[in-house]
Design a protein around this ligand. Structure first.
Ligand code: GLC
Length: 737
């Protein structure tokens, strides 16, 4: 029941009152907005992280006064429930709060980091994982996640590459949209729907130098053709919200950027959801030198189209004075409040939405499957893997074999280390304690010590094989974790050198939040399994892969450089006028001067990546043959089919991710990338089995932005490949009329 003098107001509202669930949401917004005071409007535009656990009297009083419209990353289920009760029962208009949180790759159950999830290329499984995260989070009163992060990233120095889905706009678009669908479910107003948030809009992954928060300079043709594609896909998937990025885009901060927020997002894409700033990003407009102080920052962010201010308080503190000075208009305030109320109505918050499922960890099977599919086999010399379960003794070495917090990776705030199943525990469960010997040898991944190397050598000497865990600890990955070097940290390389000298079979499992460079080390390793930060069930996933219960199927969603000196390095690059040949792999001293060497390469390093986009080995082998096109030409209305026969030429049943690449047109209005991913399919093949894999291509699949910002497919000759990765495949040509 309501208390105080509010009662008459609510029940005196006309029939179409905002409290009537059956009414059209826009009518409900109108009915509510006209009753709101300016203070209440500014409160709705303000998001706080100060909901302590337990909730304080100060916050209760602020909620009663309508000071906050939402909270993020704060409080526990009981605090949120009490805050909501106060907002809906003890305020003048009873406007519910919305609770946001960084549910980036799982809530209680932690899935692989998004970069690892992307390596599965498994749209359905990724969507299922997001759905599971939504069930766990909404059970504890969370309504909104600040995910998916769909920043294209071609620079592994940037720590947030871990949260991204990699370098490719097509793969990021498909998988980002899958996450949106998974988080939000069939309808936003279901109790287990988690409103998603496309972030960070836009260009954050192009931070200069890979340095977090740094400037991004992206010509509009590249912005639209690469960096914005995943955001358009998220919008088309019905994402409820967008978050503005910290960085400047071409000298204008994304959080004050009318071109991004009004011209593209609202006018071109007709987005009608809510836009939230990133954490204090509105106040930071002053630090950017783009605002003269908080009032100017508030004005520029509001005029650009930011609806909701995260944590900083420039809106609440200054918009009233700006209105009085006619520097902004009430229309802009009302529009922002509309977008926020629309989100709350759509979420069913006005209509008594309650947590649905029971709280707790509920998604371990999905987490193990996703972790298994995320891991990429980079090397397997002589079929060293899988190991046999009859092995007499296995040596497990390295701190990351038994480090739950590191295994969960960055942005795992609700994961419980006690739930984590480590590789060491999984090996022991599989083989028995007496057949597994373990030594951390290093305190952590950055430990420079070599003091315990002798112990490592002793374990190796008494074992039949060594599984060495290398990589980065979680604190080297994520926000504000940019690295100038990409090598294995600490004394890890020296440890490999020592262990390699024993001649024992040496398998490396690398856990990291980014591509690392380990060329010299790779040559000394028999097998390399890249595990990313694999989450709660990473241990069983690794053990089952190492011993062959599962077969690796992951493919790289990002190019791995040989050296940080190659960055940015990505497969969908332009050809240049002097493309290097396959043998232009460096120019040793004394090489005679030769004009043919004047190509786009390095004199001191092979210009190609260590491991290319789309690459990943299996425990079997595949052959691609008979690549063919259904017709020599594609007209405007139709489609053509590109097919190839894929055979399992090895001894194990396995999945293969078949990748479709297209380039063209030759001689178009602008130079086009040497190839671009346009499709992918997972096929399962028994030993000796062959399947025809077919993709259908329509004119719309070939559209791109030219230098006049026209989005169209130009007539001309195109080339297509069905391939195991971005460097291989037999091309077939077709013409678009
Ligand atoms: C952080 C991140 C953003 C996150 C937000 C709330 O600084 O940039 O991705 O969602 O603040 O934690």
């Amino acid at each position: 029941m309501r208390t105080g003098s509010h009662l008459p107001l609510l029940f005196s509202l006309p029939a179409y009152a905002w409290a009537a669930p059956q009414e059209d949401i826009e009518h409900r917004i109108d009915a509510l907005l006209k009753r709101m005071t300016l203070e209440e409007k500014l409160g709705q535009m303000s998001q706080s992280t100060d909901l302590a656990a337990p909730i304080t009297d100060k916050i209760k009083q602020q909620i009663r006064a309508g000071r906050w419209g939402s909270f993020l990353n704060a409080g526990g289920p009981a605090d949120r429930a009490e805050a909501q009760r106060i907002a809906m029962r003890e305020t003048r208009l009873g406007i519910p709060l919305i609770f946001g949180r960084d549910v980036i790759h799982g809530y209680r159950t932690i899935f692989p980091i998004p970069l690892g999830q992307s390596a599965t290329w498994d749209e359905d499984l990724i969507s299922q994982a997001a759905r599971e995260a939504a069930l766990e989070a909404t059970a504890e009163g969370i309504h909104w996640t600040f995910a998916p992060m769909i920043d294209i990233c071609r620079d592994p120095r940037w720590g947030r590459v871990a949260e991204s889905l990699g370098e490719d706009p097509y793969l990021t678009s498909v998988l980002g949209a899958a996450m949106v669908r998974g988080f939000q479910g069939d309808s936003l107003n279901r109790a287990d729907s988690l409103a998603a948030c496309a972030k960070h809009y836009a260009g954050y992954g192009a931070a200069e130098g890979g340095r977090d928060y740094n400037s991004a300079w992206i010509p509009e043709i590249l912005l639209r053709d690469v960096y914005l594609r995943p955001f358009r896909a998220a919008r088309d998937a019905g994402v409820a919200t967008f978050m503005t990025a910290f960085n400047t885009l071409n000298a204008i901060p994304a959080t004050g950027n009318r071109f991004l927020l009004r011209d593209i997002l609202r006018s071109e894409w007709k987005f009608d959801g809510a836009v939230v700033s990133d954490y204090q990003a509105i106040r930071e407009l002053t630090a950017h030198g783009y605002a003269t102080g908080p009032p100017d920052a508030a004005r520029k962010a509001l005029l650009a189209g930011v609806d909701l201010e995260m944590v900083s308080t420039t809106y609440f503190d200054h918009l009233k004075a700006l209105l009085q000075a006619n520097l902004i208009d009430m229309r802009e305030v009302d529009e922002a409040v509309r977008n926020i109320l629309r989100l709350k109505f759509r979420l069913g918050l006005f209509d008594g939405r309650r947590p649905a499922a029971k709280p707790g960890i509920a998604a371990l099977p999905a987490a193990e499957r996703l972790a298994t599919e995320s891991m990429v086999l980079l090397k397997n010399a002589g079929g060293l893997l899988p190991l046999k379960k009859t092995i007499a003794k296995l040596a497990v070495i390295g701190p990351l074999a038994d480090s739950p917090p590191d295994q969960m990776g960055t942005w795992a705030m609700d994961g419980n280390p006690r739930d984590v199943r480590t590789p060491l525990a999984a090996f022991r469960e599989m083989l028995g304690n007496d057949r597994v010997v373990y030594a951390s040898v290093l305190k952590n991944s950055r430990d420079m010590s070599t003091a315990a190397f002798a112990q490592a050598l002793r374990l190796s000497a008494q074992s039949d094989a060594v599984v060495l865990f290398l990589g980065e600890d979680a604190t080297m990955s994520g926000e504000a974790r940019s690295r100038a070097f990409l090598g294995l940290p600490g004394s890890q390389e020296q440890l490999v050198d020592q262990l390699a000298s024993t001649g024992k079979p040496l398998i490396a499992v690398i856990m990291a939040g980014r591509p690392l460079t380990f060329h010299r080390t790779a040559e000394k390793l028999g097998a390399i399994l890249y595990a990313w930060h694999p989450g709660t069930m990473g241990g069983p996933a690794i053990a089952h892969l190492i011993f062959g219960d599962s077969v690796p199927s992951g493919k790289l969603p990002i190019s791995f450089p040989r050296s940080v000196g190659q960055v940015p390095i990505y497969y969908a690059h332009l050809s240049t006028g002097r493309p290097p040949g396959p043998n232009d792999l460096g120019t040793p001293m004394g090489t005679p001067e030769n004009p043919k060497d004047y190509t786009s390469r390095y004199i001191d390093l092979d210009f190609t990546p260590e491991y290319p986009f789309g690459y990943g080995l299996s425990y079997t082998t595949f052959r691609y043959s008979a690549t063919r096109v259904s017709a020599p030409a594609l007209d405007s209305s139709g489609s053509i089919e590109i097919s190839a026969d894929v055979s399992n030429t090895g001894g194990r049943p396995a999945d293969e991710i078949v990748e479709l690449y297209v380039s063209g047109p030759a001689g178009g209005s602008v130079a086009r990338p040497v190839r671009e991913l346009k499709g992918f399919k997972r096929v399962h093949l028994a030993p000796g089995e062959t399947k025809a894999v077919t993709f259908s291509i329509r004119r719309s699949n070939l559209a791109f932005y030219n230098n006049r910002m026209e989005f169209s497919a130009e007539s001309g000759r195109y080339r297509a490949w069905l391939a195991p990765d971005s460097t291989r495949g037999t091309p077939v040509d077709f013409v678009l009329k």
